[in-house]
Design a protein around this ligand. Structure first.
Ligand code: FES
Length: 193
């Protein structure tokens, strides 16, 4: 991978951002990389790779993943479709991205529920695959307002109009449309207004 290639595709976190984060924050454990723009908190595909980058950094090596971005993305797509991982061998032939017991081949697929089922303050990752039933104009509008696949939302207000926050933008979505937006809840509720 090159520095600007994405390691966490869910949250568009590049290898460069992760390396800079480690140099700046000096994380003691790999899981702290989630504080770098939410890396690893979506579909979890990238978690073993985040561990690999952290281990390389701890050893003083140049963090790098020996896989092309295209291949990496292809394998993630398969992982998301099947829930299983194809191993990617490192330079010495080790299959370093084999999952740990915490992230294993038998792990359940991320739970997806309608956006309308989230409580106020709850955060989630969006899956737009069920929006195909909407007129194209409505889909384009949602996209233009920042609602795209794998973006992260926080519910500001639930009800007949669901108000969600995407980065710094707030968006009102009718319950009819919100029901079609599937989301994977992120643990924890921040309780912010
Ligand atoms: S690719 Fe990083 S959480 Fe999905």
């Amino acid at each position: 991978m090159e520095d600007d290639d994405l390691v966490c595709l869910c949250f568009r976190v590049s290898q460069r951002k992760l390396v800079n984060y480690m140099a700046r924050e000096r994380p003691r454990v790999a899981s702290q990389l989630s504080e770098c723009l939410g890396a690893g908190t979506g579909c979890q595909w990238c978690v073993p790779f985040l561990r690999r980058l952290h281990a390389q950094w701890e050893r003083g090596e140049r963090p790098d993943l020996p896989v092309s971005p295209e291949e990496y993305a292809r394998r993630r797509t398969r992982y998301r479709a099947t829930g299983t991982r194809e191993p990617i061998a490192g330079p010495a032939g080790e299959e370093y991205d084999r999952p740990s017991p915490a992230v294993n081949d038998h792990a359940p697929k991320p739970v997806r529920i309608p956006l309308t089922q989230l409580a106020r303050g709850q955060r989630a990752v969006v899956d737009c695959s069920e929006l195909t039933g909407l007129p194209e104009g409505e889909r384009c509008l949602l996209h233009a307002m920042g609602l795209h696949d794998q973006c992260q939302v926080r519910v500001c207000s639930a009800g007949s109009t669901c108000i969600v926050q995407i980065e710094s933008t707030r968006l009102g979505i009718s319950s009819e449309v919100a029901r079609r937006i599937l989301v994977t809840p992120i643990e924890g509720t921040d309780g912010a207004p």
